[in-house]
Design a protein around this ligand. Sequence first.
Ligand SMILES: *Cc1c(COP(=O)(O)O)cnc(C)c1O
Length: 382
Amino acid sequence: MNNHKIWLSSPHMGGSEQNYVNEAFDTNWVAPLGPNVNGLEQDLESYLGQDAAVGALSSGTAAIHLGLVLLGVQAGDVVLCQSMTFSASANPILYQGAIPVFIDSESQTWNLCPIALEQAIVSEIAKGKKPKVIIAVHLYGVPYQIETIRAIADAYQIPILEDSAEALGSSYKGQKCGTFGDIGVLSFNGNKIITTSGGGAIVTPTAALKQKALFYATQSRDDAPHYQHSAIGYNYRMSNICAGIGRGQMEVLDGHVALRRKMNAFYQDVFSDIAAVSVFTVPSSDYFANYWLSAIVVEPNLEKGIHREALRLAFEAANIECRPLWKPMHLQPIFQQYAYYGSNIAETLFENGLCLPSGSNLTDDERDRISAVIQEFFNKHD
Ligand SMILES: *Cc1c(COP(=O)(O)O)cnc(C)c1O
């Protein structure tokens, strides 16, 4: 029997990526600028709508860092950040010498808990430092509580840096994720819904702000014939080769979203008669998720031997990659010293949650193998 590894999320080429890459070679645009970079930015701008201005960068992490720079974050400033996320949401706070303060999740979207968020704002203001930025994440492609979080941000006049790295193709009430923040962030890392092998983008509300982002991203070169700099610069622009892959991937983005959603429907079906497991889905029809990763919560039953880790090991034994949810930042050694507001929602999700193979390129045979492991595990532990 074929027992090749089934991955959580692997690159899925559409077919025309190489044409764009070849064009870059043929025209010698082998540089961190060129027609593919401009083309990818235009594709993203028309995809996102809302007059978004998009700058293609070397990674999503670079986009978060530049977002903080553009929003004026400096050493010693407080930045609020969703705790349950990938560390790349939070690391750039430290790059700026700023102070991260972590916020719990709510149980519906697994994203920023509005109550904990407001507590953090009030309490940090009372301590003498009004938070400079709120970093909000759409975990696994499920939008955060857009309106509630925006109302809090506006009430205290704190800008939102929208980490939409996992949510390209998701939307809320018809508006695309990436366009809700004062600045938005996308990622095209190899495991994301579309990839440029590695890359990201910053989404800004105006062309002027995009120009400012690109100024910082290309070493902050002042207008002079010699190299002249009056601000700290970064080398964060996307390569024209990578952007060629991205242009090809944009042609298949909506198809990939449909296939990832099909994987989520597959899991809803497989787990429909397994009471111990709930599949993570959107709270209402206002939310449209790309389901970048399909995730489940396993209600532990130690007498029966049912818990998240036992199920993960059963998948591992069948050569199927699954992973616990993101370990919250306030539990990470590198961030342990910083303040945290909330209770144990994120922590409990981390203990009982599992991400399952979710790629747009999974086959019927692979789905059969996944489903067989699940049936066998829950038959055995019934
Ligand atoms: C992937 C990811 C990032 C970082 O993007 P890179 O392109 O890998 O630098 C940031 N935030 C979240 C939530 C992510 O999943």
